[in-house]
Each structure stands twice: as C-alpha cells, then as structure tokens.
Design a binder for this molecule. Structure first.
Ligand SMILES: CC/C=C\C/C=C\C/C=C/C/C=C\CCCCC(=O)SCCNC(=O)CCNC(=O)[C@H](O)C(C)(C)COP(=O)(O)OP(=O)(O)OC[C@H]1O[C@@H](n2cnc3c(N)ncnc32)[C@H](O)[C@@H]1OP(=O)(O)O
Ligand SMILES: Cc1cc2nc3c(=O)[nH]c(=O)nc-3n(C[C@H](O)[C@H](O)[C@H](O)COP(=O)(O)OP(=O)(O)OC[C@H]3O[C@@H](n4cnc5c(N)ncnc54)[C@H](O)[C@@H]3O)c2cc1C
Length: 645
C-alpha cells in the first residue's frame, strides 16, 4: 500500500531506507520535544540539524531527488519549518523557471550548493492578493543601467515572506517595474539583502522578523523595506522577460509567466497537505484503537472508541480524503513538471489549465485538510488538546495553506474564471473546443442518476452524478453572471454579485476532479488484495462526498430521496467494512515516530506510559515549587490567611 501512496515501490522503499539510516544517527534527532522549546531554541535546534543535513546529505539521500529530500526534511526538521524552507520551496524554483542561463550560472548554482540562502519576497503589509497593486517599485535608471528599489510608504513594506527576517541573505523580490514613467506590472528581481560575510543588512535595507504566528514558528517570516536601493539591470530575472540597456521592454510569451514560483508551490503543496492530514489521522486512529471507554454491549468490557460508528464517521472519510489528495497531488506534480518543460520550448498553452486546476485543488484540499485535522484532534478527546498529541501544531501548519499561495476564496475565483469561459463555449455551441478537464461541461446529462437503479459494479454512476452537479452549478452560476451583465452591470460588478455561486461551482468541479483522480488510481492497481481495500475506501469516499453535496442533486430531482437513503446505507456499510483495516490504512503511510513527533500516536501504543513520561519531562516539573508561587501565590495566600485572623 505504501507503494500506492508514494507512487511506486522505488520511492516507498527509499523512504524506508532513509528512515532506517536516520534511526541509527541520534545527532539527527530532536534533542528534546519541540513543544518544550522556546521559539529561539527551536530555531537554533533546526539550524543545527539543517547544517548536519547539508554536511551528510549525500550519505543518506540522492540530493537530486526532490522526494527523498522532502522525506529527509520531514524526518529531521519536521513541519514547523526551518531556516531554509523558502530557499527550497520558492527561491530555487523561481531561479529555475525565471532566471536566464547566465543568471542561473551565477546564482542558481550557488543556491543549490547552499553558498547563499534565499527567499521569495512578494507580499506586502498592504497587499498580498492583488499583485497588480503592490507598492514596492523598481524604477529603471537608464544612465546607470540600474533598477532603484524603493518602499514609498509603510504599506509597501514586504511582509510575510518566509525566512526573510533573519536567515536569508538574498531574495527574489517582486516589485512593480517602472521604465520611463510606464508601469510594467509586477516583475521579479534577484536582490542581495545582507553582507555575505557578516550577514549584516546592506545599506538601504530595513529587515526583521514579523513575530510569532499561529504555528510554523521556526520560520522567520519577515519584513523588508528599501530606501532607494540600487541593483544592476541584469538582476531582473530574464529567462522570459527582458529589459535592454536602453530601457526597451521585451514581453514574455505569457503575461503570468512570472507567477511560476507560486504555481510550483500550489502544485506540490497538495501532497504536503495530504501528508499532514495523514499524520493527524495516524495519531487519532492509533489512539482510538487503544483508548477504551464505554460499552456497546453492557455485558461486555469497555470497547475501543474506534468501535463507535460516530468515531468511524469522524475519521474514516478523512482517511479516504488523504488517499484521494495524495493521488491528486501526484497528478498535479506531473502536470507542473510537464508544463515547466513545455514553457522551456516556448509552449505556454497548458499554463491556464495548470493554474485553474491548482487554484481549485489548493483551496479545496487545504480547507478539507484543516477540517479533517481538527476532527482528528477532537477524536482524541482531552489528550488531543495536549501538545503531546502534536495535532494542534499539525493543524496550525496545515491551515496556513488556506491563506498562503493565494487566499482560498480568491483562488476559487481564478478557477471560476476558467469555468465561466468554458460555460461560454458550451452556451455558444462550441463544446468541442473544451479542454479535457472541462469536457464534461459540454456533455448531455441523463435526466436522473442511475445509482441504485442499475447493477454497475464500477464508479461510473457516481462520477456521472458528480459531473451532473458540477455542470449544473457551473452553467447556473455563469448564467447568473451573464444575466447581471445583460441587465447593465459591468463585468466586475456582475462578478462580485455572483462570486458565492461561482466559488460553489469551483468547489464542485474540484471535488469531481478529486473523485476522478481516486478512480483513475484504483483502476490501475493490479494486486487484488490492495485493489479490494482501496475500492472499499473509494466507495466510502464517493458516498460520503455525494451525501455532502446531495442538495444540488435533490433540487432538480437528479437524485431521489430513496437513492439518498441507499447512499447513506452504503456509507454506513463501508464504515463498518473498513474498520478492521483502519489502523493498517494509516500505518501504510509508514511514518516513523520521529517524523510524527506525537506522544499519543506512537507505534508502540503505550499511550498512558508515554503520556506520563512526557508530563514528567515538562520543564515545569523540574522543581516542586515554582518561583511564581514563591513570589506571588504564597504571599497572596499568606495575606489572605492573615486578614482572616
Ligand atoms: C516532494 C514535495 C512534496 C510536498 C511539498 C509540500 C509542501 C510544499 C510547500 C510548502 C509550503 C511552504 C511554505 C509556503 C510559502 C508560501 C509562500 C507564499 O505565500 S508566496 C505569495 C503567494 N501569493 C499569492 O498567491 C498571491 C495570490 N494572488 C495571485 O496569484 C494573483 O494576484 C491573482 C489572484 C491570480 C490575480 O492576478 P492578476 O491580477 O495578475 O490577474 P487577473 O486576475 O487579472 O487574471 C488575468 C489572467 O491571468 C490568469 N492567471 C493569473 N495567474 C496565473 C498563473 N499563475 N498562470 C496562468 N494564468 C494566470 C488569470 O486566470 C486570468 O486569466 P483569464 O481569465 O483572463 O484568461
Ligand atoms: C504561513 C504564511 C507564509 C507565507 N509566506 C509567504 C512568503 O514566503 N512570501 C510571500 O510573498 N508571502 C507569503 N505569505 C503571504 C500570503 O501569500 C498572503 O497572506 C496571501 O496570499 C493572502 O493575501 P492577503 O494577506 O493580502 O489577504 P487579503 O487579500 O487581504 O485577504 C483578506 C480577505 O479578503 C478577501 N479578498 C481579498 N481579495 C478579494 C477579492 N478579489 N475577491 C473576494 N475576496 C477577496 C479574502 O478572501 C480574505 O477573506 C505567507 C502567509 C502565511 C500565512
């Protein structure tokens, strides 16, 4: 099953080898539990481990393999980030996609050797979503052939970029490019921030950390201001866009080609989110198979809480989602790598499809992942609330994904733009022009679903039902938009009046895509035992997801209430059928205890012994009487006693 999750036996067994290798190297392990460390201690500890990784990487992984590096990072550094997180996630991808060969020779090679540390500085105090209104300006000075970076007011300060505050000495900075008074929109520049020897900020640079956050606190998200800070013309990233010495602007083949680092993260983060969801579910499912509370049959002993149907309903649909997301994530990574190669040859035709797909997936997957992790926390009762479970940290890190790389409700609208265009083609009788991701919009719907009406063993009737729902909502929302425009609203005003409905269409389209990705993967499985278990999980998934959106199919009679009853019964049937495999389904992700960092979710199942040992290790328990008691509580109680006398 691990080979299914990790897209092949090769990587699944490499993961095992890497974990086994690390198990023998205590210097790579956390020196104490992360929840007992201050932020400063965590950053120091993470930097220590990062340095070890850099030194010994070649002994443990193939450094050219991104997935091996990702696994090494998960095991050793963990999810709370590290001082070079953005270096790998965005700085290197930005240089790879946007720097010219010459620039890559100069900077990418140094970045890959870790001679310099970089980040991606785009968001500002006043603007994150609306990139066209960023306020940092890069004005071209023809005389000196330099760009002058400047922060004209406080809202123009770069704010949020990861590892900008303290760790990075370079950044790919996004600024509005002004040449001879003309605004050429957001462009990307390679900018030195700190002296390479002393690490002191360079003259003209104001820089620092923005302070603690909900989670992800090992990362020094930072602020950055420029005071008429000059960089050479050749620091504009020039793979696709160019500015000649005389200030002539050479347009790229696609207007949004500079957004590639964002698309990179959106493509990869689907897998990252699936893994964080699977972390939380591993912890909660293992714990639920140890925790005994209450009885189902009063003549029998107390049961494991995993026997309760409510507990299964709380956890198993999310287990199915984690599998669905990892399968969909593998597809987005393949598409991203393909588009990256095609762009190299000048073919930008798939950029819009990739952008639409990843915008929708990013939004739906992060939202459902956060929901699933929070349910996993509650499934652990009181112990879920303790940081010993580590689920609160997993939640905090994962939920950041709802905001970064484009706020979810904004990114759903990006997909909606694509859907509306497709709906326009359908309306104009040009369905043959629809791309493969939206071809179903042009198909004719049956009048009713055949779920429970026809003995089809596969998933075709479910897929058709999801397609019907997504098609109906897309065409309806587009119609609403066109209707407002026909009545005289501008497109922008009409758009704003339709966005709740448009975003619903985007979610339904994305949920259909996720179901289809799951079906595609299960159909490929050859081993009959694995196929049976995955088919059960997929059955659970389609029934659960369909119930969740059933209102759309009930309102036009596509599904009847008796079909709904059938879907519910199927859901309950598969909850029970999956129960014996539940622990194996989470164990199949093969997370080591080191990687999970959860006292509650350890493989040995010794929950109570482990919790007690953890509590005893708490720094508060080093002494029996705390200084706060000596200083305040004792005098308080003493004076209360004295006044009574
Ligand atoms: C092996 C490894 C496995 C797992 C790895 C796990 C985890 C990975 C990562 C971990 C994450 C760690 C850290 C996270 C760091 C987070 C970093 C950041 O947050 S960086 C900052 C991100 N900022 C944003 O995302 C800003 C969001 N805003 C935008 O993107 C844009 O402003 C906008 C909303 C898209 C609008 O842009 P704009 O105003 O320029 O464009 P229009 O709306 O007018 O649209 C015009 C036209 O262009 C199309 N378009 C927009 N973007 C793109 C694109 N990228 N590609 C292609 N086309 C694009 C748009 O759809 C319109 O098309 P039209 O309808 O006109 O055809
Ligand atoms: C953990 C974390 C790490 C980050 N790392 C980086 C980084 O490395 N580099 C970097 O540059 N940035 C980074 N960011 C910033 C991040 O990318 C932005 O915060 C994000 O893109 C959202 O933008 P915003 O903050 O401007 O939100 P806003 O746009 O202000 O959103 C506020 C509200 O307004 C709504 N809204 C905004 N515009 C519209 C619209 N057009 N239509 C409808 N509703 C709208 C949103 O839906 C939301 O409800 C990070 C953020 C976080 C939380």
């Amino acid at each position: 099953m691990a080979a299914q999750i990790y897209s092949g036996e090769k990587y699944a067994s490499r993961r095992r080898e890497i974990s086994a290798n690390l198990a023998k190297r205590p210097e790579f392990h956390d020196s104490k539990p992360l929840p007992f460390m201050t932020r400063e201690e965590k950053i120091l500890e993470s930097s220590r481990k990062l340095t070890l990784i850099s030194k010994h990487m070649n002994e443990i992984i193939d450094p050219s393999d991104k997935r091996e590096l990702y696994h090494l990072n998960c095991e050793v550094l963990g999810i709370e980030g590290n001082p070079m997180a953005l270096h790998g996630d965005m700085f290197i991808p930005a240089l790879t996609a946007q720097a010219s060969d010459e620039q890559q020779e100069k900077w990418l090679s140094r970045a890959l050797r870790r001679e310099i540390i970089g980040t991606y500085a785009q968001t500002e105090l006043g603007h994150g979503t609306n990139l066209r209104k960023l306020e940092t300006i890069a004005t071209y000075d023809v005389d000196t052939q330099e760009f002058v970076l400047h922060t004209p007011q406080i809202t123009a300060l770069k704010w949020w970029p990861g590892n900008l505050g303290k760790s990075s000495n370079y950044a790919v900075v996004v600024a509005l490019m002004i040449i001879k008074g003309k605004n050429y929109g957001p462009q990307t520049f390679m900018v030195p921030l700190r002296d390479e020897k002393t690490h002191q900020p360079l003259k003209g640079i104001t820089i620092g950390d923005i302070g603690p956050k909900l989670a992800y606190n090992i990362v020094d998200n930072g602020f950055l201001g420029f005071d008429h800070y000059r960089i050479p013309r050749t620091n504009l990233l020039m793979r696709h866009t160019r500015v000649e010495p005389d200030g002539t602007f050479v347009k790229p083949p696609h207007a949004k080609i500079n957004y590639s680092a964002m698309v990179h993260v959106r493509s990869y983060m689907i897998t990252g989110q699936a893994i964080m969801l699977a972390y939380a579910l591993t912890i909660a499912t293992r714990y639920s198979s140890v925790r005994r509370q209450g009885q189902i049959d009063t003549t029998q002993p107390e049961v494991k809480v995993l026997e309760y149907q409510t507990q299964q309903h709380r956890l198993f649909p999310s287990i199915a989602r984690a599998y669905a997301f990892v399968f969909a994530g593998a597809e987005t990574v393949r598409l991203y790598e393909r588009v990256l190669q095609e762009v190299e040859t000048g073919n930008v035709s798939l950029m819009a499809d990739l952008h639409a797909l990843t915008s929708g997936l990013k939004s739906v997957v992060t939202h459902q992942t956060a929901q699933g992790i929070e349910q996993a926390r509650m499934a652990c009762g009181g112990h879920g609330y303790s940081q010993a479970s580590y689920i609160s940290e997993i939640f905090g890190v994962a939920v950041g994904g709802c905001t970064y790389e484009g706020e979810n409700l904004v990114m759903l609208q990006q997909l909606a733009r694509y859907l509306v265009k497709s709906a326009g083609l359908v309306q104009a009788g040009q369905s043959s022009k629809l791309g493969p991701l939206v071809a179903y919009l042009g198909a004719k719907s049956d009048s009713t679903s055949l779920i429970d009406r026809t003995p089809t063993p596969g998933f075709a009737e479910y897929v058709k039902t999801f397609q019907h729902i997504a098609r109906k909502q897309t065409l309806k929302a587009a119609q609403k938009l066109f209707g407002f425009m026909e009545k005289g609203d501008t497109r922008e005003v009409a758009w704003n009046k339709s966005t709740v409905e448009l975003n619903r269409a985007s979610r339904l389209h994305t949920r259909l895509y996720i179901v289809e990705a799951f079906v595609r993967r299960v159909e490929e499985v050859a081993d009959p035992r694995l196929k049976e278990v995955l088919t059960d999980l997929l059955r659970l998934h389609v029934n659960y997801e369909l119930l969740d959106v059933a209102a759309y199919a009930l309102e036009d009679g596509f599904l009847s209430s008796s079909q709904l009853d059938y879907i519910r019964e199927q859901l309950y049937f598969y909850l029970a059928k999956i129960r014996p495999n539940a622990v194996s389904l989470v164990d199949s992700w093969e997370f080591s205890d080191r990687e999970l960092r959860s006292v509650l979710g350890r493989r040995d199942g010794n929950v109570y012994e482990n919790l007690f040992a953890w509590a005893k290790a708490s720094p508060l328990n080093k002494t029996d009487v705390l200084p706060s008691v000596d200083k305040y509580l004792k005098p308080l109680m003493e004076s209360a006693r004295a006044s009574k006398l």
